[in-house]
Design a binder for this molecule. Structure first.
Ligand SMILES: Cc1cc2nc3c(=O)[nH]c(=O)nc-3n(C[C@H](O)[C@H](O)[C@H](O)COP(=O)(O)OP(=O)(O)OC[C@H]3O[C@@H](n4cnc5c(N)ncnc54)[C@H](O)[C@@H]3O)c2cc1C
Length: 412
């Protein structure tokens, strides 16, 4: 077993963003009217825009850089209703009814995404795979057993496993069958092509600098304005005004994680993640360059850590356990996590009538972006699903969990 560390490429670049964007969209250069303006052109903004357009609304997407180039372009690629070891915790903390709401919303979103990809023949590498959360720590076995019991009771496809195909010893794993892997960048770009046209528009290099809620609402970008009945902020944290940033700082915090990807010649199947300190997130995936292994982890609250030492640890792990001799890509990405570990989807402020927010997707946004799309579409069409109450940014538990999170050291 080798223990040397493969060389890292000199610069940071995501595997997914390796090819230049195929389509590009214009900058906003005139005033535009629509039913809903969505700020942010990542998977969340585009999922919401697509869902609203499907209900007959004319939508406008404003993206300050290019579509999918934010966290979406730096993601791993697992689409799953298994967001770590959560269902037992949610059941105990919020009760069975709310845990059921979470599980149902997540499963419904997963199914909707599968249908959307099939119906529109989106070439985004969507492939079914089982997802495993594993541990090598005997003290966690009981927690994993409880998780399987809770997830199964909520109707999710969970089972307890002990013999995994991993090259190191594990003592327990929670397996969710029939999940999927995806190239989220290609998927998001495909959504943009479906959104643009028929009176709806996608704009790139269009930085939204001010929002005003009224009848109508307006969003300013580059000296022009979009007038709309509704505004949806899908930028992970409200970009403007300052009061928005400050309000959401009391509800969610940024978490940076690292990824490396290298050519992989082994035959590991499935998708893996572990809460153990010495283990990482693993995704063996077919790409245009052959089979690659993605290894992700070393997450911390966004701050001043240098990426290279973190990525060297991931590269060493890839080499030691999976024989990955060359790392072709290394990158980092950041997502927001709400203090009570539920997503933040709903009205931007308690007094908002036509302005919505979707964020706090806690590193599971490839599934939760579709939850956001479904919840916000229902809210705009004047129905309030149970998920809207549970995920409302103004639920009592959102800011109330801050002291608890600090005591726990923001473990995620
Ligand atoms: C390391 C890592 C690995 C992950 N792996 C997974 C995974 O395997 N499975 C999973 O489900 N989730 C995963 N996630 C989470 C998932 O990638 C994110 O939740 C999701 O990509 C967030 O998408 P988004 O659209 O909300 O944000 P982004 O993709 O960041 O999109 C927001 C967009 O808003 C734009 N913007 C910001 N301000 C403005 C403005 N003023 N005007 C106009 N536009 C603006 C930005 O340019 C950006 O493009 C991972 C996250 C990380 C960090």
């Amino acid at each position: 077993m080798k223990t040397s560390i493969p060389d890292l490429p000199s610069g940071q670049s995501s595997l997914w963003l390796k090819s230049p964007p195929t389509e590009s969209y214009p900058t906003l250069e005139q005033d535009v009217d629509c039913d809903a303006v969505i700020i942010g052109g990542g998977i969340t903004g585009l999922s919401i825009a697509y869902a609203l357009k499907q209900t007959g609304l004319k939508v406008v997407v404003l993206e300050k850089n290019t579509i999918g180039s934010g966290t979406t372009g730096g993601t791993t690629g697992k689409v799953t209703t298994q967001h770590g070891i959560i269902y037992d915790k949610i059941t105990k903390q919020f009760g069975t009814a709310k845990a059921q709401t979470y599980a149902t919303a997540s499963q419904r979103a997963f199914d909707a995404m599968a249908t959307l990809i099939t119906d529109n023949r989106i070439a985004c590498g969507w492939q079914r795979a089982d997802n495993y959360v594993y541990t090598a720590n005997p003290k966690k076995v009981k927690q994993f057993e409880d998780e399987v019991a809770a997830a199964t009771a909520l109707g999710l496809p969970a089972s307890l496993e002990s013999n995994l195909a991993l090259p190191f010893e594990t003592v327990a794993a929670v397996k969710f069958t029939g999940q999927a892997m995806i190239d989220a960048y290609k998927y998001t770009k495909a959504l943009a092509t479906l959104v643009d046209g028929g009176g709806s528009h996608v704009f790139e290099n269009s930085n939204a600098t001010g929002i005003h809620e009224g009848r109508p609402c307006t969003v300013k970008a580059g000296g022009h304005k979009v007038t709309a009945k509704n505004i949806i902020v899908a930028t992970k944290v409200p970009a403007a005004p300052l009061v928005g940033r400050m309000t959401y700082a009391a509800m969610e915090f940024p978490l940076t994680s690292y990824l490396v990807a290298g050519t992989y010649e082994g035959n590991l199947q499935g998708m893996y993640i572990s809460p153990d300190k010495q283990h990482y997130s693993l995704l063996p995936i077919q790409t245009e360059q052959g089979q690659m292994l993605l290894v992700g982890g070393q997450g911390h609250i966004t701050g001043l850590k240098r990426p290279k030492p973190q990525q060297q640890k991931l590269a060493g792990y890839a080499q030691k356990w999976f024989g990955v001799e060359q790392i072709q890509y290394r990158w980092k990405a950041m997502d927001y996590v709400a203090y009570d570990n539920l997503p933040l989807i709903g009205k931007l402020y308690p007094w908002s009538e036509h302005t919505y927010f979707a964020g706090g997707l806690k590193k599971w946004g490839l599934n939760l972006s579709m939850v956001a799309a479904q919840v916000i579409t229902e809210l705009i069409h004047d129905t309030e699903p149970a998920a809207a109450k549970l995920f409302s940014p103004y639920r009592a538990s959102a800011p109330a969990s801050i002291p608890l999170s600090i005591v726990r050291g923001f473990k995620h």
